[in-house]
Design a binder for this molecule. Structure first.
Ligand SMILES: *Cc1c(COP(=O)(O)O)cnc(C)c1O
Length: 411
């Protein structure tokens, strides 16, 4: 047993792997107490977009903390939340007219699912079946796990998870099977389809085509099934565009955003809803209201951080920076020998190494150690390795990452 009372997430303390203590971070680098500079090659688990300790975001947090730290959000409002909601509705597709705040990606998914069921109930035609994609990940709360892949991660809780309809992953060239299965579920009266647009993250960085995403949205629309886009990871430029849905010309009925919403500095999430979803909950009847809240809903400090992020998107050439990173990634990925199924979407590259043992493969901890020894934060998903750095990463750090990967591949 270790001395620290902390029980870490996704950590088997019995393996006694070292847990570095980080004292500060800047840009794409983390600095540890024992004096090491670590390259953050996974954006601190996919959240840090522009870079750590961005001065505009840090200043916004400091200012807001002295102005208004926290306020009940049921029946009250504040300027940072109003500014953020206006900013988001201006920036995101025009059809998404309403902004509901929460505090994590998982919660934004729970909120979207609850809104979908509320929509159908309040229209007087209750529907409850949710359709999902094989290998998807939507978070670790019970509802979010229910709509995600089943496996070793949630075996203990399986009796609590609700039933969903699972479509096969639309791997080329078998997309039609997925579309046909979706059509059948929609025709049978599915309430909603929830999907990670273009790229399934935790499921192994699996990429599918914009044409397939567009067709999935068309099928849902045709049958009235609500289309929920979980852009918790793919949002904020990760895939090369502000939203992944943009690449398919798709506008969802419900949109989940978190991770990069604050630039990755503090926790915040939103579920954006179309007017019909909002309207279904609107009226003089109290029982129609949306029954959901958490203590820190729309926390002003978090909203201020998000407003700074939106300002960065408005004022700085973020998309050009992303395009440049994508280009620099592509060159290095092309030069990697021995990577299986190399693929890239925007700022994310991924490939498999060796056998297909899955998440608990014994290779994963060895890989983790390999990169740790080289002062790189990379965390394989089973035998899938991926690189997803903050947009500010420079060529030197990128070279160091790819050189360490090349080392693994020649072994
Ligand atoms: C990370 C993630 C979530 C969960 O977000 P948390 O903030 O960790 O709860 C949900 N959906 C997707 C696609 C994610 O990548």
């Amino acid at each position: 047993m270790t001395a620290s009372p902390i029980w870490h997430p996704f950590t088997q303390h019995g393996l006694r792997e070292p847990i570095p203590l980080v004292t500060h971070a800047q840009g794409a680098a983390l600095y540890t107490q024992d004096g090491r500079r670590i390259i953050d090659a996974i954006s601190s688990w996919w959240v840090t977009t522009h870079g750590h300790a961005h001065p505009r975001i840090a200043a916004a947090i400091a200012d807001q903390a002295q102005q208004l730290d926290q306020i009940i959000f049921a029946g009250w409002t504040h300027e940072p939340a109003e500014t953020l909601a206006a900013g988001l509705t201006a920036m995101m597709p025009a059809e998404l007219t309403r902004v509901f705040f929460s505090d994590s990606g998982s919660t934004s998914v729970e909120v979207a699912l609850k809104m979908a069921l509320g929509y159908w109930l309040h229209r007087g035609e209750p529907r409850h079946r949710i359709v999902v994609l094989e290998h998807s990940y939507h978070g670790d709360t019970i509802g979010a796990m229910s709509v995600g892949a089943r496996g070793v991660f949630n075996r203990a809780y399986a009796p609590l998870l609700f039933d969903v309809a699972t479509l096969p992953f639309p791997a080329a060239p078998h997309e039609q099977a997925t579309l046909d299965a979706l059509e059948a579920e929609c025709r049978a009266g599915a309430a909603a389809f929830i999907v990670e647009p273009l790229l399934l993250g935790a499921g192994g960085m699996l990429i599918y085509s914009p044409a397939t995403l567009a067709e999935m949205a068309r099928i849902c629309r045709r049958h009235g099934t609500l289309f929920i886009a979980d852009e918790v990871m793919t949002g904020w430029g990760r895939t090369g565009t502000l939203l992944a849905c943009e690449q398919a010309g798709v506008v969802p009925d419900l949109l989940c955003l978190s991770k990069g919403l604050t630039g990755g500095a503090v926790p915040l999430a939103v579920t954006m809803a179309s007017e019909p979803v909002y309207a279904a909950h609107y009226g003089p009847e109290r029982e129609r209201m949306f029954f959901h809240s958490s203590s820190y809903t729309a926390n002003p400090i978090a909203c201020a951080a998000a407003n700074a992020n939106l300002a960065i998107w408005r004022d700085e050439p973020v998309l050009a920076r992303i395009a440049d990173l994508a280009h620099r990634h592509a060159k290095r990925l092309a030069a990697l020998a021995g990577a299986t199924n190399p693929r890239q979407l925007g700022t994310i590259t991924a490939f498999e190494i060796g056998s297909t043992e899955g998440y608990l493969s014994t290779r994963a901890p060895r890989l983790l150690a390999h990169f740790r020894d080289r002062d790189i934060l990379l965390r394989p998903l089973g035998n899938t390795l991926y690189v997803m750095p903050p947009y500010c990463i420079d060529d030197t750090d990128l070279d160091t990452i790819y050189a360490a990967i090349a080392d693994v591949l020649v072994r």
